[in-house]
Design a binder for this molecule. Structure first.
Ligand code: GAP
Length: 469
């Protein structure tokens, strides 16, 4: 049985060290979350797989790590200062603030709510009798444009310091470095630049655990192509396919929990001429997981040319008299949102053959935070010493992340490893020591498979070979 509510996952995350509430000992800070020892391993593995798939395994891609703080002119050029806004609406009775379009989504559908004009939001809320989620009143103010960018100041004193923004998307770091990258990397169109990094948005209604937060991480690609040599529809289709395959084949997210959703024309971001999201079936319904592909045309490069006064063109290596502004396809993934989908997808409650039940995180083995757990059957000193020897041999001879657990009964330890999704447990017993032939032959151990619960007895040498494979 999968997770029925988000609370089941939130509770497991805290209990087992995946995700903790931010600033916990101070009573928290609303909608901030810290990745614990297991959560950081899961997220690092997700990011590594993304980097390997899209940067290392492709000849047409390179990586970048740009700054979070950028010249504020970047955000004027990109259109974020004027257009990166949501319709903010206040309840006159309790003074709580909400995103007007989100309140209307359930009644009108996501697409229809997203295309509402600012001045239509309040009359629509009243006409549909949408109550305030906090106090139940239907007393709404006019909707106002609210810019989502976080502002701060750079400089030694508040008075003289200049205004800077925390970047709301990593994409602009790539456009701003277009010239540096093409000058240094001998790239031919089509080529892409990918980066992973933090982004910040002062969301009006964050929530649903790590689904919508104000600080989050993106994994973005800007893929540059020559619009005279390639049809954008073809590049679009290629990236839709690549994004889908990454989610389903590389990360192993179940296909039945995913679907594409095309943006309606009026719903498109200010820079986009076509966008398709991938949505995930979250416990509260379908929601955006990532943008499989967004066609940004030459909008960003042209805008930065205009605002910076620098030429951001590509010279055709086969015809140096031909200069063009490449067009751009953008697949954009949120690593926190995808990590959340991976955890929800893996969460399973199931009965065991002995009548008990277990919660098991069925992570793809490439994503599981711990690869293998070494479990000495008892706390006897000489058994622990042997288990430590095996643990060290695995660390020396493989690249696996290994846990060593001696606390509690063996059954309890299996349950714990199931709950954190460890694919294999290695039990070291008195057979291993040559003291109990009934448990097994000397220098053999038991490997237990998380999913099938099958147990296999192998020699220590075979164990290392198997784990290496
Ligand atoms: N550069 C394009 C861009 O930023 P977006 O659809 O606004 O497009 C891309 O964001 C992805 O970033 C989303 O699909 C989602 O995975 C993630 N994301 C966006 N806002 C988020 C938030 N407030 N919290 C967590 N993830 C977010």
């Amino acid at each position: 049985m999968p997770a029925q509510t988000l609370d089941q996952l939130v509770s497991l995350s805290k209990r087992r060290g995946f995700v903790f509430p931010g600033s916990d000992i101070y009573g928290g800070l609303a909608n901030t979350w810290d990745y614990g020892p297991l959560g950081v391993e899961l997220k690092n593995r997700l990011k590594k797989l993304w980097w390997k798939t899209f940067i290392h395994k492709r000849q047409d891609m390179v990586g970048l790590d740009a700054s979070i703080l950028m010249n504020p002119r970047v955000w004027e050029a990109s259109g974020h200062v004027s257009s990166f806004t949501d319709p903010l609406i206040d309840c006159k009775k309790c003074k709580q603030r909400f995103r007007g379009d989100k309140l209307l989504e359930e009644k009108l559908g996501v697409e229809a709510a997203a295309i509402l004009q600012l001045e239509q939001v309040q009359p629509m809320l009243v006409a549909e009798r949408i109550p305030c989620p906090n106090c139940g009143a239907v007393e709404w103010t006019e909707a106002k444009k609210f810019n989502l960018m976080f502002k701060t100041h750079q400089g030694v004193s508040e008075e003289t310091a200049s205004l800077v923004y925390l970047r709301p998307e990593t994409a602009q770091g790539i456009f701003v470095n277009f010239k540096n990258i093409t000058d240094t990397m001998r790239l031919r169109l089509p080529f892409g630049v990918g980066q992973i990094g933090k982004a910040f948005r002062n969301e009006i209604t964050p929530g649903n655990f790590t689904f919508r937060t104000r600080e989050f991480e993106q994994m973005e690609i800007e893929y540059f192509f020559d619009p005279e040599r390639q049809k954008w529809e073809d590049v679009f289709a290629e990236w839709k396919k690549a994004s889908w395959e990454f989610l389903t084949k590389t990360l192993g997210i179940k296909e039945e929990n995913l679907r594409f959703r095309d943006h309606e024309k009026d719903e498109l971001s200010h820079y986009s001429r076509g966008t398709t999201d991938v949505e995930y079936k979250f416990p509260w319904g379908w929601g955006e997981l990532c943008a499989a592909a967004a066609y940004r045309t030459d909008y960003d490069l042209k805008q930065h040319e205009k605002f910076s006064g620098q030429e951001l063109q590509y010279t055709d290596p086969d015809d140096p008299t031909r200069k063009i502004t490449p067009h751009v396809m953008e697949p954009s993934f949120g690593s926190d949102r995808i990590a959340l989908a991976i955890m929800l997808d893996a969460y399973t409650e199931e009965p065991l053959p002995n009548g008990e039940s277990r919660t098991v995180m069925r992570f793809d083995p490439r994503l599981a935070p711990i690869d293998v757990a070494i479990l000495p059957l008892s706390k006897k000193e000489h058994l622990i010493a042997k288990a430590q020897e095996i643990y060290k041999a695995i660390l020396d001879k493989t690249n696996l992340v290994c846990d060593f657990d001696v606390t509690g009964s063996i059954g309890k330890r299996y349950r714990r490893q199931d709950e954190i999704g460890t694919p294999r447990c290695i039990t070291v017993d008195f057979g291993t020591l040559g003291e109990d032939p009934e448990q097994g032959a000397p220098d053999t151990v038991t490997i237990r498979d998380r999913d099938s619960l099958q147990q296999e007895r192998v020699t220590i040498t075979q164990l290392i070979e198997k784990l290496r494979e």
